[in-house]
Design a protein. Structure first.
Length: 180
């Protein structure tokens, strides 16, 4: 659902102020590439609303008030966050959306200290996503994901959006980092 962040908190989550943008069809879970195809028209609309805005008539401005829209964050469960943000599966060897910790390091008590592993950056994620997108075949893409833990993400088309910081990760990682 989309909500209007400019509204006072007591109105922000009221049903009348929420907009269900889409529901992914079933009956099976979608692949990362299917999720990206599904997101493409939504991201296209968001890009237009950010660049050009839309005039909305109001009581005080019947001719319309120019409104611009930005996507502030994507909040979802961890598997969906990985697919939407263009990250490999949460069961991949490099499973974290914030840093390059590998699954072998999970048992190390120092693994969850700040700066214990190189951070995953938006620039890096966007660059790897473009590389993935330009690969010639699904088989080559599969090898790329295994090596670089990255798919492409439609969100990278939004120039203001940070894939690492604005796709909200599961609360458990925040607990390990001492940030919750």
């Amino acid at each position: 659902s989309f909500l209007i962040c400019n509204l006072p908190p007591e109105y922000r989550y009221q049903t009348a102020n929420l907009m269900c943008m889409s529901i992914m069809p079933g009956p099976k879970e979608q692949t990362p590439d299917q999720v990206q195809c599904f997101l493409q028209p939504i991201i296209s609309d968001l890009l237009q609303l950010w660049k050009y805005g839309i005039k909305i008539p109001t009581e005080s401005q019947p001719e319309g008030c120019l409104i611009h829209v930005t996507l502030v964050a994507v909040m979802c469960d961890k598997p969906a966050a990985h697919k939407i943000g263009g990250f490999a599966s949460h069961s991949h060897n490099y499973y974290c959306m914030c840093c390059w910790i590998c699954s072998m390091d999970k048992g190390n008590v120092n693994a969850f200290q700040k700066a214990a592993h190189p951070p995953w950056t938006n620039v890096e994620q966007c660059h790897l996503g473009k590389e993935y997108h330009n690969l010639p075949s699904p088989n080559v893409q599969k090898i790329f994901v295994k090596d670089f833990a990255t798919h492409c993400s439609q969100l990278s088309h939004l120039p203001y959006f940070n894939l690492v910081e604005q796709v909200v990760i599961d609360p458990m990682h925040n607990l390990f980092l001492g940030e919750s």
